[in-house]
Design a protein around this ligand. Structure first.
Ligand code: GRG
Length: 308
């Protein structure tokens, strides 16, 4: 079977050292985030401690990695993409801090540590989430700006992905869907917004930081959309197959909250099949990059097979 004809489940990405790649990217993203954020000692110290607590709690940094890999696929530089990679991670972390609040998912553990409100109290956790969201726009505004993509377009991209039509819309539908029997289409609506929108935004911003062509941006959109949907299905599968220790957050939350998930609607095996199919579609989009998207391909494969 040729390399392009291999299936998502058995794709040959052994030549690519993904662990090394992720370690290096995580290190550079952490260094950049540390520089962008006010120091812990900056007054008021409580809020800066709380922001940093969740941001440096040990997240997998998948969105920044996707952003940087997309920039690379379009011939861009890591330095140019970095503010955007960091902005996306700040938005993602804010969403987790708020998602864990008692009024939302009411969780005690995240990224293997006590949740923000358990350590700092609800008031500060709400403010830490708010500050991380605002910080994201401050960081993004420090990007260079490119001939095809102005600061205005970058801000629009971030705002749309995290606003009331995408990330928040997904969370609203998720909350309102609890204890209800949802169809697969209704569940997809939630996944597209709650998860896929920000992953898609990550790769699009990476491409923009490389001043990518319209065709490249379309390919990244298709890639990010499909990888984002697969990511949430795998997240739902892990929720029922892994332990809390492995996940660093409470396992089995979805069934406890009577949330509709792919495993609860179509079963585990079919869910795995759908995630594989979506990843195949994502691979299809990478043809545009003619061999320059090795890191994106390896990341998509990794996200399909991840165990945490
Ligand atoms: C505005 C009050 C208020 C709340 C907003 C938007 C929102 C709350 C929550 C977003 C919903 C959400 C948490 C979606 C799940 C996406 C997901 C699968 C997150 C886990 O991502 P990982 O596995 O996490 O990449 P790490 O910790 O590794 O970064």
């Amino acid at each position: 079977m040729s390399r392009t004809a291999t299936r998502a489940g058995a794709r040959n990405t052994t030549a690519f050292d993904l662990k090394g790649y992720l370690d290096r990217r995580t290190e550079s993203v952490n260094r950049a985030l540390d520089k962008f954020l006010p120091a812990e000692k900056t007054k008021p110290t409580t809020i800066h401690k709380a922001m940093r607590y969740s941001l440096f709690a040990g997240g997998k940094r998948m969105r920044p990695a996707l952003c940087l890999a997309a920039a690379e696929a379009c011939g861009g530089r890591e330095g140019a993409a970095m503010p955007l990679a960091c902005a996306v991670e700040c938005i993602h972390t804010y969403s987790l801090v708020h998602d864990d609040l008692p009024a939302m998912d009411n969780d005690d553990y995240r990224r293997g540590k006590l949740t923000n409100h358990k350590v700092f109290g609800e008031g500060i956790a709400i403010l830490a989430g708010d500050s991380l969201l605002t910080q994201a726009f401050e960081i993004a505004a420090q990007c260079e700006g490119w001939p095809r993509y102005s600061h205005r377009q970058i801000v629009l991209e971030l705002a749309r992905a995290s606003g009331s039509l995408q990330l928040i819309a997904g969370q609203v539908a998720d909350l309102e869907g609890e204890r209800k029997k949802l169809s697969a289409a209704e569940l997809r609506y939630i996944h597209e917004r709650k998860t896929s929108a920000l992953l898609c935004c990550s790769v699009r911003l990476g491409g923009m930081s490389a001043n990518c062509s319209n065709a490249e941006l379309l390919a990244l959109t298709k890639f990010g959309y499909n990888v984002g949907l697969a990511f949430q299905i795998i997240d739902d599968i892990l929720d029922v197959t892994q332990t809390s220790e492995q996940l660093g957050k409470t396992a089995g939350k979805d069934s406890a909250a009577q949330k509709a998930t792919y495993p609860s609607i179509v079963g585990l095996e079919k869910s795995r099949g759908i995630a594989r199919q979506l990843t195949e579609r994502a691979f299809g989009a990478l043809k545009t990059f003619r061999g320059k998207a090795q890191a994106l391909e390896a990341l998509a494969t990794h996200l399909l097979h991840r165990d945490r």
